[in-house]
Design a protein around this ligand. Structure first.
Ligand code: ADP
Ligand code: MG
Length: 360
């Protein structure tokens, strides 16, 4: 199990079109991952997840800063001693290799080919999937899901210390993804490894990671468990990025020491702020409730039922703003209808409009 430490790591690329314009992919990043920990790197496309993973793998070199595996600078560790297994989104299997050859690659390299069948059996047993039946097949005869299973079996096939996964299931259909995550969790629990798992999908992040590290524009914005990120966001980016359905936001200004959102009403701000400060209030759709005609009027634009979650989501127009309100399934609503609502202010978050920082 590897401990990973990053100190003040920077990585800049040069724009692919002109080869000149610098692209800051990772900015002064500090991070510590404990041995045996499962962490997820989560963030929107282009935020630097793959770059960070490749830096940890030693596939990219930082412009400045240090990366350690177990207190040794990564550069000083010979590649064959790093014990890294990697799986990528589009893992390209070698077309003329049977799965058996792919899975056994690292064992064969170490002249331990006789361990291949036992390894395949172990992986089959733990995942509950008959990997053995895939062993005689070539990539062209494997489905997308089967190819990723072979890639994963291969990644576990070395003297594994550290697993690095980059959106391994992103191209697979939803049903397989759920199944594959369960199989993966079983494997990870059986092997003593450190896992760094990249995804842009928060459900995946929640189910794989003990700790979720959210990146935006090459920086860590916040880290913690899913519940911590969801219930206690440090900034507007996290509030809007974490949680389904997406949180509602509205702009207002401090007037006479109170937040004033014009038709949204007035309310206390969590701490005293100068008059004229722009403040964004955010509230999840579940904390807006329907009222009699004295509430805030809104016009329904669309109604979407979520049967498993037992709610329906109303998309409404409130003046010129689009909002989402979560209501019970058993009431009838239709597009065009006017409803009235109110906010549970105790569940609202306040953010400085300038910086996005949470006001606590
Ligand atoms: P993510 O995996 O979160 O989508 P990446 O780490 O792939 O993000 O990319 C981060 C930023 O760095 C993006 O702006 C991307 O365009 C840029 N980038 C990544 N790799 C290269 C490269 N080899 N050359 C130029 N720019 C790159
Ligand atoms: Mg990526």
């Amino acid at each position: 199990m590897t401990r990973i430490t990053l100190k003040n790591v920077n990585k800049t690329f040069h724009d692919k079109t002109d080869g000149l314009t610098p692209v800051l992919a990772i900015k002064d990043l500090n991070l510590e991952i404990e041995p045996g920990e499962s962490v997820v790197l989560l963030g929107p496309s282009g935020c630097g997840k793959t770059t960070l993973l490749r830096l940890i793998a030693g596939l990219e070199h930082p412009d400045s800063g240090q990366i350690y595996h177990n207190d040794t600078l990564l550069d000083a560790i010979p590649v064959e001693h790093r014990g890294i297994g990697m799986v990528f989104q589009n893992y390209v299997l070698i077309p003329h290799w049977e799965s058996r050859r792919t899975v056994g690659f690292f064992l064969r390299l170490r002249k331990r080919e006789e361990e291949v069948p036992a390894h395949v059996e172990t992986v089959s047993k733990i995942t509950g999937v008959d990997i053995e039946s895939l062993m005689g097949k070539f990539p062209r005869n494997l489905s997308g899901g089967e190819k990723q299973r072979v890639s994963i079996a291969r990644s576990f096939a070395r003297d594994l210390q550290l697993l690095l996964f980059d959106e391994p299931f992103a191209n697979l259909d939803a049903k397989f993804r759920t199944q594959a995550r369960i199989e993966l969790k079983r494997l990870i629990n059986q092997f003593d490894v450190t896992l760094v798992y990249v995804t842009h999908d928060q459900v995946e992040a929640m189910s794989v990671g003990d700790r979720i590290i959210v990146l935006d524009a090459g920086r860590i914005v916040q880290q913690g468990t899913f519940a911590q990120l969801h219930d206690d966001p440090d900034n507007l980016f996290i509030a809007e990025f974490i949680g389904t359905p997406t949180i509602n936001t509205f702009w207002g200004r401090v007037i006479d020491g109170m937040w004033d959102g014009s038709y949204m009403g007035r309310t206390k701000v969590p701490k005293p702020l100068a008059d004229g400060t722009d403040v964004i209030v955010a509230i999840r759709p579940e904390y807006i409730y329907l009222t009699d005609v004295t509430g805030i009027p809104a016009v329904i634009d669309a109604v979407t039922p979520y049967f498993a979650e037992k709610y329906q989501l109303l998309e409404v127009w409130l003046r010129k703003r689009r909002w989402q309100i979560q209501v019970p399934l058993d009431e009838q609503f239709e597009a065009g209808q006017t409803i009235h609502c109110a906010l549970d202010w105790s569940q609202a978050y306040f953010f400085l409009a300038d910086t996005g920082d949470r006001i606590r």
